[in-house]
Design a protein around this ligand. Structure first.
Ligand code: ADP
Ligand code: MG
Length: 318
């Protein structure tokens, strides 16, 4: 890689995404220099995808590139920060030009779509691994944390849950799905859509938020830990596809990973904002799936209530 490092950067990564007003010095020096807009704060996140751990070795370069950026943008969305720039640390087993071309083209497409620039990174040889660091901006103090949920708040999720986990099960051959559902679940797994459109809603209405990367039960659990309160989830209210609902295969939305939807808490006083959002955003529906309590963590199903507070307890319902 040493001989080729600079030509790889120059050929594939020197012009990715959109430039922005606050970029003072981009790629090519020892470090990049950026301004932060007056009155704003910088919000930064980083995620690594390792071949064989986070994606299959057979995964397309384009899907890997999209997902590596999308999962980071999902973290910014959860914090209600608007994306500004990102850095890429790429570890490659070899300088495969076909792979690099496909990877860079998809990365550019996603970066351009979500309006952020690649301002620097690192390139070296080793087992395939992609680390991306993203930075976004928020007007001072208007970021949203995991801490802040209050008893009485409604638990709200975006989109449809469980499809990415179904896509993974399909890929692993552990489930058979009707044809019309297959591509939806594969898309959910390989092409997650970070919910950046929710940023204004979250800033205005959320007491706490998180993105759902490890399943709703685990991720809402992080909000409860940080906020020192409990919750009841209503199983029948979960936004799931018909296949899940008919089979009561609720382990996918509750325990499955990789959805990259947003889970947030909304005070009852802001109730009307949820309906107003849904009237205007059919492609990103919000669903009330439970409520915050003083303590305890439960899943309400018809006739019974399951205690989710024991570690892994939610794995054993069906
Ligand atoms: P240094 O040795 O000073 O750390 P590098 O040789 O690692 O510098 O990088 C040279 C320049 O290229 C830097 O500006 C760096 O941010 C940029 N860069 C390196 N790898 C990548 C990459 N994969 N994507 C974008 N920029 C990169
Ligand atoms: Mg370096």
């Amino acid at each position: 890689m040493a001989v080729d490092e600079f030509s790889i950067i120059e050929s594939y990564f020197s012009a990715i995404g959109n430039n922005f007003a606050e970029l003072v010095l981009g790629q090519g020096d020892d470090a990049a220099v950026v301004d932060v807009e007056a009155g704003c704060q910088l919000v930064v996140a980083m995620d690594t995808l390792v071949s064989g751990v986070h994606f299959s070795p057979y995964c397309a370069a384009a899907d890997i590139a999209h997902k590596a950026l999308a999962v980071n943008l999902s973290d910014l969305a959860a914090m209600a920060a608007a994306p500004a720039w990102f850095q890429l640390s790429l570890t490659l087993p070899e300088a495969d030009t076909d792979w690099l071309e496909e990877f860079a083209a998809a990365l550019n497409q996603t970066a351009t779509e979500y309006d952020l620039a690649l301002i620097g990174g690192d390139t070296c040889r080793g087992p395939l691994s992609i680390t991306i660091q993203v930075a976004g901006q928020v007007p001072k103090g208007s970021f949203v944390k995991r801490r802040g949920a209050q008893p009485g708040d409604q638990v709200v999720v975006s989109g449809e849950l469980g499809n990415a986990a179904l896509g993974l099960a399909l890929q692993q051959g552990t489930v058979e799905l009707p044809k019309n559902l297959r591509s939806r679940c594969e898309q959910a797994l390989n092409r997650p859509r970070p919910r950046l459109e929710l940023i204004p809603f979250l800033r205005a209405n959320a007491s706490a938020a998180i993105d759902i990367s490890d399943g709703l039960c685990a991720d809402l659990g992080h909000i409860l830990d940080a906020s020192d309160c409990g919750a009841t989830l209503w199983r029948e209210a979960l936004p799931v596809n018909q296949w899940v609902r008919e089979r009561e295969a609720y382990e996918y939305p509750l325990d499955g990973g990789d959805d990259y939807e947003i889970c947030c808490c909304v005070p009852v006083s802001k109730d009307a904002a949820i309906d107003a959002w849904n009237d205007a955003h059919a492609e990103c529906p919000l669903t009330v799936v439970g409520e915050i309590n003083a303590q305890g963590y439960y899943l309400q199903r018809p006739g019974t209530r399951l205690d989710l507070s024991n570690q892994g307890g939610y794995r054993h319902f069906a």
